[in-house]
Design a protein around this ligand. Sequence first.
Ligand code: AMP
Length: 282
Amino acid sequence: MLVCPTREEIRALTAGYRRARRSVGLVPTMGYLHEGHLALVREAQKWVDKVIVSIFVNPTQFGPNEDLSTYPRDAERDLKLLKAEGVDGVFLPSAEEMYGSRGGAFVEVPELSGILQGALRPGHFRGVATVVTKLFNIVQPDVAVFGEKDYQQLTLIRQMVRDLDMPVEIIGHPTVREADGLAMSSRNVRLSDDHRRQAVALSRSLDRAEEAARTERNVTSLDALIRQELAAAAVGKVESVDIRDASTLEPLGDTLSGPAVVLLAVRFGTVLLIDQRVIGKI
Ligand code: AMP
């Protein structure tokens, strides 16, 4: 496994793969890896010959009051885990390497970047779209794998790739969960014991919503049910509950008429947890 701190080194590695007619997959991450990330790596390995993982805590997708400086990091452990998975190359750049000579160009997906999580985190999705574009241009993968856990991010990247004709296939992977249902996240380690216990309410309320949607088609009732479940568990501050069209993220009318996605964001102290579930599949 080759660890490349510079764009030049990772480019040389993937250019060699392409010359040898090997297909290349990319799994972008911010590190502090868990089973969710490793599941994306295994998914990528099904699609391509060579898998590259990037580890980069991208400063441009964090707002001024967000957790950039406290975001958990452990590159040594991450590299061990990736080596054990048979990953071929790791792109591990510094912020200076990625943005040192940056002139301020960016990528924006306007319909999707200002809504939902984007409304709570101004500038976040511009940062995401820009860094993912840079990673695609640097690594030039045939395939890239993203988690459904960050559902809006996955939707936005799919649209960006489609609208800008980027020559990469986007694969989504279902959310990997802890035994009690909590979606795995690098941020979970920062939950207090109490908050960790309460955090199961996110997935539990999504289970209830999924179950209820088999018979209940009224969107307001489903929304109320989810909020009740969260309130009953006395969880942290519910930042948002949204039920949207599963492919466009547009608001729904009164009645579920096809697949919809429930998007939750709940704050526990300083930790913002998100989760999602597609409901109403026909
Ligand atoms: P992050 O390191 O949090 O930026 O995540 C890197 C990639 O892993 C993104 O595509 C995430 O959606 C994905 N991911 C994070 N947590 C999970 C999880 N629990 N299950 C599946 N994918 C995940």
